[in-house]
Write a protein that binds this ligand. Structure first.
Ligand code: GDP
Length: 197
């Protein structure tokens, strides 16, 4: 699956222009700067596939990528800008909830958390949104290369305790690093399994 070419095919700024539902979809979500573009690029073996758009206020869109005509990867706009106005946050939540609830081909959301940063209220809000939308989400810790083993272990326990509070959380946490390649094969294997289901 991941030997196939991965190509951008659709960007949607409003929900009335989503691409028609086709093959299975996996969406990537996380706070801005979590390492989402880097992870998508590492998984698909491409450079600059997903452009980082990490400025507050910049137009956010859902970006759709085709992987071998068998899987669609969806890059969700980053959330959690410290300076974002309340209205912007509410817009994001409303748009994401509408997408998540209504997208029948969506198999799973990969929710990225930066291993170096403590869980933020915005992360918990998104987990609750996913619970409400009844979309299975799998937590992926990013930048694990930046932590010593002991700290990484503590982080894992903290995140697993949070996952236990969310009915939509998939029980298996994945530790990754786009720098070292840690966890990338695990994620690819999981995606391939979803496609074969
Ligand atoms: P995005 O805004 O979520 O798409 O994040 P980016 O992929 O643009 O990455 C944000 C920052 O984190 C950049 O400075 C990256 O170099 C850094 N970063 C991304 N992945 C890793 C990683 O695996 N390890 C480390 N140490 N830094 C990373």
């Amino acid at each position: 699956l991941f030997a196939s070419e991965c190509t951008f095919f659709f960007g949607s700024q409003t929900l009335d222009q989503l691409p028609p539902p086709g093959v299975a979809e996996i969406a990537f979500a996380g706070r801005s700067n979590v390492g989402k573009s880097s992870l998508i690029n590492a998984m698909t073996g491409r450079n600059r596939l997903a452009r980082a758009s990490s400025e507050p206020g910049r137009t956010k869109q859902l970006n759709f990528f085709n992987l071998g005509d068998r899987l669609t990867l969806v890059d969700m706009p980053g959330y959690g800008f410290a300076k974002a106005a309340k209205a912007v946050k509410e817009d994001w939540q409303n748009m994401m909830f509408t997408y998540l609830r209504g997208r029948t081909v969506l198999q799973r959301v990969l929710l990225l958390l930066d291993a170096r940063i403590e869980l933020k209220p915005s992360d918990r809000d998104v987990m609750e949104l996913l619970d409400k939308a009844a979309v299975v989400f799998q937590v992926v810790l990013t930048k694990c290369d930046a932590l010593k083993p002991g700290r990484l272990d503590a982080k894992r326990r903290e995140v697993e305790a949070e996952m236990a509070r969310h009915p939509a959380a998939y029980p298996h946490l994945v530790l990754t690093s786009s720098e070292t390649g840690m966890g990338i094969d695990t994620l690819r294997a999981e995606m391939a399994r979803l496609v074969e289901m």
